[in-house]
Ligand binder design. Structure first.
Ligand SMILES: C[S@@+](CC[C@H](N)C(=O)[O-])C[C@H]1O[C@@H](n2cnc3c(N)ncnc32)[C@H](O)[C@@H]1O
Length: 330
């Protein structure tokens, strides 16, 4: 197994140390994260910060019946589950020795296929019951788990340092996360620059929103009323893609982690009457003037055959040069 000391405190992001008897990970003055059945419980106690408690109770009670529900779902869409899952995480573009986070791994129905690759897999879930059911699946299938670390954590407070992963993946629980924007930001935080993020969940494709297909699905499961949360994608995302799978009933968002907002050349000058550049138009705004004066400025610029910005730069520049250097009011 990969050593648990790759984990940091989900509260402070400081490194954790293991107790001498190996029963818990310790952080700060009073942080204690027990290992239950060998699985680190990196969950923040309720009350410390907002945690995903509703989801926790829901999946704790459903771990045993969950797998049957998933088989029914793939049968309903006439889809091959293994192929569908492999297609989904193909978008992570994993390479040999990539380190991948799978959060919300549930009963390890994706994990089992990720383990076929020569990569390090950190598979975590809010619910210990789901993870234990998943671990049984991996043991029954006699999978090599030497490059797998299972853990329990909340997607809203991941126990990893910034940029720890080459890629991060989540499928199936996104619609129940308490804050989509913060969840995507937290998943993206733990991915390296240029690493990939892939998330998907129920959400009918826009062109099917008013179809009978949509009404039938939404009638049986209100989760299909969700829509792809495109407005929650972080501004540092690049090469963003969204496809709809399983007949158009689930969205799958993928992107590459960039840095900050997309680059923009502010100094390209625009042709035409208004002229100027983004820098002059956006950062160089002055107070407004009376409409009659504005019209005279437009006419004066046109008469000289230059853009309004060029005329203003020239005329105001000259006026400022001639103005007294002190005594200027705000
Ligand atoms: C529908 S299941 C999907 C499981 C698995 N990814 C699959 O495709 O079969 C959603 C999973 O997300 C987990 N989950 C829900 N909220 C979570 C949260 N805030 N943090 C981490 N996992 C969460 C649930 O416990 C559950 O196992």
């Amino acid at each position: 197994m990969i050593p648990e000391l790759n984990f940091v405190s989900p509260l402070t992001r400081q490194p954790l140390t293991k107790t001498p008897d190996g029963s818990a990970l310790l952080g700060g003055s009073d942080e204690r994260y027990p290992l239950i059945d060998g699985i680190p419980q990196l969950l923040i106690r309720s009350g410390q910060v907002q945690a995903s408690s509703d989801s926790h109770a829901y999946y704790r009670e459903r771990a045993s019946e969950y797998d049957h529900g998933i088989e029914v779902m793939f049968a309903m869409f006439l889809a091959d589950e293994e192929q569908t899952r492999r297609d989904m995480f193909a978008q992570l573009e994993l390479r040999p020795d990539s380190r991948v986070l799978e959060i919300g791994c549930g009963t390890c129905r994706d994990t089992i296929h990720l383990l076929d690759m020569p990569i390090d897999v950190f598979a975590g879930d809010l619910s210990l019951e789901m993870v234990l059911t998943g671990r049984d699946r991996l043991l029954r299938a006699e999978k090599n788990t030497s490059r797998l670390q299972l853990f329990c954590a909340d997607v809203m407070h991941l126990p990893f340092a910034d940029g720890f992963f080459d890629a991060a993946y989540h499928f199936g629980g996104f619609n129940l996360f308490p804050d989509y924007k913060e969840a995507l930001a937290e998943i993206t935080r733990v991915v390296k620059p240029n690493g990939r993020v892939v998330v998907g969940d129920e959400g009918i494709a826009p062109w099917l929103a008013n179809s009978e297909f949509a009404r039938i699905l939404e009638n049986s499961n209100p989760l299909f009323r969700h829509r792809a949360p495109l407005d929650c994608i972080p501004v540092d995302a690049r090469q963003v893609g969204c496809r709809w799978i399983l007949g158009g009933s689930f969205y799958l968002i993928s992107f590459v982690k960039g840095q900050g907002e997309p680059p923009l050349n502010l100094d390209v000058t625009f042709p035409g009457r208004r002229g100027g550049s983004h820098r002059t138009r956006y950062f160089g705004k002055l107070e407004g003037v009376a409409p009659a004066l504005r019209d005279r400025v437009l006419d004066a610029a046109a008469a000289e055959g230059i853009s309004v910005v060029a005329w203003l730069e020239k005329t105001l520049g000259r006026a400022v040069q001639n103005a007294p250097s002190d005594g200027v009011d705000d």
